[in-house]
Design a protein around this ligand. Structure first.
Ligand SMILES: [Cu+2]
Length: 145
């Protein structure tokens, strides 16, 4: 190989390495300015929703439960809601590793969500479809682990 060919090969290697590094960073690093609020209005504004893990700090690995609190915007607890739980890792293109369920109504608009597991570190979306007398709405929370 002549000197020019070697330079071209080295430049190509550097470009591939840089692209791999950037791709890796995009996979692993949550976007800046991600909204990490644990209470917010649902998409259509029908509900004021809050989430809290039953145990802090939030750990990667073990199965655990959350408490989901659903109220109307003026603060009245929402009872008898049907909750569907979903989520995943937007940067990895996969969903939750388990199928969490709302297993109990605890009063005051609070629902226990069991069977949650976050098996990787990074950015997770945690979504709730809420069906109740007021209407159907959904909310998406962001978590970073
Ligand atoms: Cu992942």
């Amino acid at each position: 190989m002549n000197r020019r060919t070697i330079l071209v090969v080295l430049a190509a290697i550097a470009i591939v390495a840089a692209a791999a590094f950037i791709a890796f960073r995009m996979m692993m690093t949550p976007p800046e300015g991600l909204d990490l609020a644990r209470s917010k209005a649902s998409a259509k504004g029908l509900y004021a929703v809050a989430i809290a893990p039953e145990k802090e700090p939030l750990e990667q690995g073990p199965l655990h439960s959350w408490i989901l609190t659903v109220k109307t915007p003026d603060g009245a607890p929402v009872e008898g809601a049907t909750i569907a739980v979903g989520g995943g890792m937007p940067q990895h293109g996969h969903g939750l590793p388990t199928q969490p369920q709302a297993t109990a109504y605890l009063g005051e608009g609070r629902y226990r969500i069991e069977g949650v597991r976050f098996n990787m570190s990074g950015w997770w979306e945690f979504t709730f479809d809420i069906r109740a007398a007021v209407g159907n709405d959904n909310v998406v929370f962001n978590l970073t682990l």
